[in-house]
Design a protein around this ligand. Structure first.
Ligand code: GDP
Ligand code: ZN
Length: 461
């Protein structure tokens, strides 16, 4: 495939001091040579691939020195896009980086659209669609663990598994072909059905396993939506503060927005907690008062986890009991706070109300019990499942939807085969499953979807 040369500012994650302008395309090296001057006047075009060169950028029109830079030269196909890639490293500063970008654009490159580098990697066959989507996840990852999942997917872990499943389906389809081509062999059908059933069942089980990881995958991606609930003065703000302090807050933006719900992320043992309505807790102390009964019910309903805070130094009130009723069917952890004060709360009654949920006692004032609470949160999240970075998590909503569809078409295939429907009829469901799985890796997707997916990317990726 042939593409024009694109350019964008693409600064690596977590680094502020150095900024990179990246070029990709057939003319990337020529464009760089128009503006780059090394101390020994050597042309980049004559240099070996995957080398770094020190020098200056000079505007060919004015002969003015624009910037002192390091230029990385990487020829395709051993690059992310499979095209020739030039990376110009300059000293941070939005002004100087922009100047470099403008210079590159004036000399023949075109400004890249969001996601266009990744799109090229996909179109040039360097990565498949699920890997491309992982690049996007990586940019948005909120914890190391989420990042590892994205990295695994980028590495092709999910693609590999999906391709194995598709291969198995293809083999059963081949069996059916044999059956249709040689109908005179009566025993072919008898042989085909068990093999088909075995392969299809395996595919079904693997799809099921993948879907089981999806709730965890989704949480890793989006955060465990968490609400801190409790009467005034029990210690909600204190809990929020110690969670935020002990665990580096991940995002604290949304300043100046008019949204009535504010979110804050904290990283609890690799589980990103999305603390909902932290402003409500901080400002008015009362989520209901602040956003209204209806809205707060909605917030509670959407929560993955409730931390219900009680005051150990007071008797359980009717209001406490009502809160238990409200969250009856949800995942919650009870935090009995202020254990440094003389105990008045009836712990047996709390246990009754909590059912099988964890109860953690804390003294937030004396910074006690927060570790136990964090352990309880992590345990709840992993629910005894293997806490492994090796697991192939499915986290992408598009993938999950496709897997659900594939799960139902493969189940149809198995049902049909078991009930003695002719194998060439079963073939239809198997083929459909094969196509659905293909959409995950981008084998069978439409161009419009590809464009839509890549437009969600950040600029410069
Ligand atoms: P909120 O109204 O539920 O947000 O409660 P706050 O976090 O604002 O706490 C109310 C009061 O209880 C504050 O004066 C806190 O310092 C105090 N407090 C919080 N946790 C503890 C604790 O573990 N022990 C004691 N003795 N006081 C606490
Ligand atoms: Zn408070």
């Amino acid at each position: 495939m042939e593409f024009d040369t694109i350019a964008a500012i693409s600064t690596p994650m977590g680094e502020g001091a150095i900024a990179i302008v990246r070029l990709s395309g057939d003319e990337a090296v020529q464009i760089a040579d128009k503006i780059f001057k090394s101390p020994n006047n050597k042309k980049l075009d004559e240099q070996p691939t995957h080398t770094i060169h020190y020098g200056h950028l000079i505007d060919p029109k004015t002969e003015e020195v624009v910037e002192e830079v390091m230029v990385s030269l990487m020829r395709g196909p051993k690059t992310f896009t499979r095209e020739d890639v030039i990376e110009i490293n300059c000293h941070g500063g939005i002004v100087s980086v922009n100047r470099v970008l403008q210079l590159v654009l004036k000399n023949g490159a075109r400004l890249a659209e969001p996601g266009e580098f990744t799109k090229r990697a996909f179109l040039n066959g360097r990565i498949d669609l699920s890997q491309a989507e992982a690049v996007m996840d990586l940019i948005r990852a909120k914890t190391d663990r989420a990042m590892n999942v994205a990295l695994g997917q980028m590495d092709g872990k999910l693609s590999k598994l999906i391709n194995q499943l598709r291969q198995a389906l293809l083999e059963t389809l081949a069996q059916v072909e044999v059956n249709i081509d040689y109908p005179e062999y009566d025993d072919v059908e008898e042989m085909t059905v068990p093999i088909m059933l075995e392969k299809c069942s395996w595919v079904r089980d693997e799809i099921e396993k993948l879907l089981q990881t999806s709730s965890q995958g989704k949480i890793l991606r989006e955060g465990l939506s968490t609400v801190i609930l409790g009467r005034p003065n029990v210690g909600k703000s204190s809990l929020l503060n110690s969670l935020v302090q002990e665990n580096k807050a991940i995002v604290t933006d949304v300043a100046g927005t008019t949204r009535d719900i504010i979110e804050e992320y904290v990283n609890v043992r690799g589980v990103p907690l999305r603390l909902v309505d932290t402003a409500g807790i901080r400002e008015t102390e009362d989520i209901v008062e602040r956003i209204g009964v209806e809205r707060s019910r909605q917030v509670l309903k959407e929560a993955d986890l409730i931390l219900l805070v009680l005051n150990s130094a007071e008797e359980l009130s009717q209001e406490d009991e009502r809160l238990f009723e409200t969250i009856e069917n949800m995942d919650f952890i009870v935090v009995v706070n202020k254990t440094d004060l003389p105990q008045k709360i009836d712990l047996d009654r709390v246990k009754e109300l909590a059912g099988n949920r964890r109860i953690v006692t804390t003294s937030l004032l004396q910074e006690e019990g927060v570790r136990e609470l964090e352990e309880a949160i992590a345990a709840l999240f992993f629910e005894g499942k293997i806490e492994s970075d090796d697991l192939t998590y499915v986290s992408n909503a598009r993938h999950i939807a496709l897997l659900h569809q594939a799960q139902s078409t493969i189940a149809d295939a198995i049902d049909a085969a078991e009930s003695g429907v002719p194998v060439d009829m079963v073939q239809i469901d198997v083929t459909r499953t094969w196509e659905l799985l293909g959409e995950i890796v981008g084998d069978t997707v439409q161009e419009s979807l590809i464009n839509q997916l890549f437009s969600q990317f950040c600029l410069g990726k």
